[in-house]
Design a protein around this ligand. Structure first.
Ligand code: RB5
Length: 147
């Protein structure tokens, strides 16, 4: 079976929440690569890029990016070909972004959501299947903009 490794990364605004997510992943034996940072003040686009490059190369299959709001990370991530990043603050969006948008990156705001809600969103992001069909047609239309 293909190994499924998550890419995770954060800036200083997302560090604490990233650590809480890592504790959850460790408890579930979910494999991940942590691309930093370690809590120091950094520029979030660099960390979005490290994680997205790992998804583009096939090293990782999906990613979780955390900054203060999740917004900067999602903007940076969505500039990468093949990356569909969704910034979520509620569980309905976290589920639908997989079911309808086939998101491969979840972006969270460490200054927006608490760890309990964030982990519920991570579970939905990891466990919800893409529905395909008409939703694939729409994703193909987005991909056309990249080409
Ligand atoms: C850093 O202070 C903050 O701007 C960053 O974490 C993020 O919220 C940007 O979108």
């Amino acid at each position: 079976m293909e190994k499924k490794i998550l890419a995770i990364a954060c800036d200083h605004g997302g560090y604490e929440l990233k650590e809480a997510i890592k504790a959850y992943l460790d408890g579930k034996n979910i494999e991940y690569v942590d691309f930093g940072c370690s809590g120091e003040s950094v520029h979030y686009p660099e960390y979005a890029h490290k994680a997205c490059a790992a998804i583009q190369s096939g090293q990782c299959y999906r990613g979780i990016l955390v900054c203060g709001t999740g917004v900067g990370m999602s903007m940076a991530a969505n500039k990468h070909k093949g990356i569909r990043a969704a910034c979520c603050s509620d569980t309905f969006s976290a589920r639908m972004t997989r079911a309808h948008n086939n998101a491969n990156v979840l972006c969270l705001g460490g200054r927006v959501v608490g760890a309990g809600l964030a982990i519920d969103m991570v579970e939905l992001f990891l466990n919800t299947e893409f529905e395909g069909g008409r939703h694939q047609t729409r994703i193909d239309m987005i991909a056309d903009f990249e080409n």
